[in-house]
Design a protein around this ligand. Structure first.
Ligand SMILES: C[S@@+](CC[C@H](N)C(=O)[O-])C[C@H]1O[C@@H](n2cnc3c(N)ncnc32)[C@H](O)[C@@H]1O
Length: 282
């Protein structure tokens, strides 16, 4: 198997993917309002064949399917075997016939030529080793004039659910800073960089809009379980702690519980968040 995107494939098809499946409802609660903001940027009145990039467990794919039924279909593509398995099971349970899922690497696999009438992603486009190659591949798969819309995170400094945790880890571990723009949730935090990727991939009419909203993480979980879940679902954090002995992990968890507690209420963790809503046309 190709070495390209191996770290991400290992995470999303390994423990990371499993925990995303386990905590799918909580993740959907957190991400749905942000994903909806990007979905509202697309005109679904005439869509025949929509692509959901890095669709995960398929929540957004199902939303799109409802919007374009009965004539349109939607295809969710992802590299995570466990998340796609869950997506396929859910599609069967919902008896949806216009939804398709496939295990592919958006960067390296053939996505077809001029097959999709629009492309969308909820936080599924920041994990490519070579984003220009990936977006050129996406571009090639779209018909001329097709719209692209996705949501991605702004910097951790305006997303305290990430920066607060990293601050606590740094009290215990001397963390090397990952190379800027390396694959991960914050790879697209610089809007000029996102714009340059889309330009190099031949997209036109690129628009990037800041969006701020409160997010609800792990509703229904205790504060300490929320912190543990947070560590497991986040590829950056999992990587930071992978070599820590259990004792140190416990100290970090306790320290993070203190840092997160002002954001905890009966609804779960409530954090401010900042994302980019990105749109473009082929
Ligand atoms: C943060 S999750 C978002 C999942 C889903 N869109 C959601 O909002 O619940 C990122 C997704 O991107 C997928 N992904 C990462 N790299 C990929 C690649 N090279 N090709 C296809 N999917 C990829 C992961 O497997 C994962 O499902």
């Amino acid at each position: 198997m190709s070495e390209v995107n191996k770290n991400q494939r290992d995470f999303w098809s390994g423990k990371g993917g499993d925990i995303w499946v386990e905590r799918q409802n909580a993740m959907d609660t957190m991400l749905s309002p942000l994903g909806e903001a990007a979905l509202n940027k697309l005109d679904f009145s005439n869509q025949e064949n929509v692509l959901d990039i890095g669709c995960g467990c398929g929540n957004t794919t199902f939303n799109i399917a409802k919007k374009i039924a009965p004539h349109g279909k939607v295809t969710g593509l992802d590299i995570s075997e466990p998340m796609l398995k869950k997506a396929k099971e859910s599609a069967e349970e919902k008896s949806l016939t216009n939804v398709f899922f496939n295990c592919v690497d958006i960067q390296t696999d053939n996505l077809g030529e001029e097959v999709y009438t629009a492309a969308y992603s909820r936080f599924g486009v920041m994990f490519f080793e070579d984003s220009v190659v990936a977006f050129r591949n996406i571009n090639k798969s779209l018909i001329p004039g097709a719209s692209l819309s996705f949501v991605c995170w702004q910097s951790p400094t305006v997303n305290p659910w990430q920066s607060l945790f990293v601050q606590e880890v740094k009290k215990f571990i001397d963390l090397p800073s990952p190379p800027p723009r390396s694959p991960g949730p914050f790879a697209f935090m610089e809007s000029e960089y996102v714009s340059s990727i889309l330009e190099e991939s031949d997209f036109q009419n690129i628009k990037i809009e800041g969006h701020e909203a409160e997010v609800n993480m792990f509703s229904g979980r205790s504060l300490s379980d929320s912190v543990k879940d947070y560590i497991s679902i986040n590829p950056v954090v999992s990587e930071m702690l992978k070599d820590s002995p259990e004792e140190q992990k416990t100290e970090i968890i306790n320290s993070a519980i203190d840092a997160f507690s002002p954001y905890y209420s009966e609804k779960g963790l409530m954090f401010p968040s900042a994302t980019w809503l990105v749109t473009a046309i082929k």
